[in-house]
Design a protein around this ligand. Structure first.
Ligand SMILES: [Fe+2]
Length: 205
């Protein structure tokens, strides 16, 4: 097997040559969180009993019995495409297969379809607890920041109703009475389709 060539190899001799002060600096640098442009990035979101996904209100626009589908895109749709992916996990950090993930949101003008099922759909996680929602970036309507509505439910477990938020909306997020930073997705804006991710951690009973 080919091994990558290391430019710098720290042997016992080189470490001794560096002296105690340089060694202290090296250890400090290695233990510092990665930062970019003076912004310390948060640690990878973890799961655990104290890190379960917080619930939020369902709001007035939920419609039950949405179609089962992973793509909410329909012919002639308008808006910026986005793919949201992630896992549904137990508070013991185990992937939950077959969990329901039901999503609903507005069109790109901030309007809900309360007659039909436009931008509404549910699916079930795969064997690794993964889900994938292909849709558009929702519009904003008065009084709210940009958000997705989501229901997640493991088999024979309570339903988690919550919402997901966009980090790039920091100004409107701060003015939103429901916004919770624990529900921020990670969003990659590169390319024609945005890519977002969020892992749900369920309180299982
Ligand atoms: Fe809403």
């Amino acid at each position: 097997m080919l091994r990558p060539r290391l430019k710098h190899r720290f042997t016992r001799r080189t470490l001794l040559r560096m002296g105690p002060l340089t060694l202290v600096s090296l250890v400090a640098a290695c233990s510092r969180p990665f930062s970019h442009k003076n912004t310390v990035l948060p640690a990878t979101p973890a799961c655990g009993k104290d890190l379960t996904t917080p619930p939020q209100t369902e709001g007035p626009f939920y419609t039950p019995d949405s179609p089962q589908r992973t793509s909410l895109l329909e012919p002639g749709f308008s808006g910026t495409p986005i793919v949201v992916t992630g896992q549904v996990l137990s508070s013991e950090c185990r992937p939950i297969a077959g969990a329901l993930v039901d999503c609903w949101h507005t069109n790109d003008r901030g309007e809900y379809d309360n007659e039909g099922y436009q931008f509404r759909g549910h699916q079930f996680t795969d064997a690794d607890g993964q889900y994938r929602i292909e849709t558009i970036v929702p519009g904003i309507y008065p009084g709210r920041t940009r958000h997705f509505h989501i229901k997640v439910q493991a088999a024979n477990q309570p339903v988690l109703t919550t919402q997901l938020y966009f980090p790039e909306e920091s100004a409107t997020n701060q003015n939103d009475f429901l916004f919770d930073p624990a529900l921020l997705m990670t969003v990659d804006d590169g390319g024609d389709t945005k890519r977002a991710s969020f892992n749900f951690v369920l309180k299982t009973v």
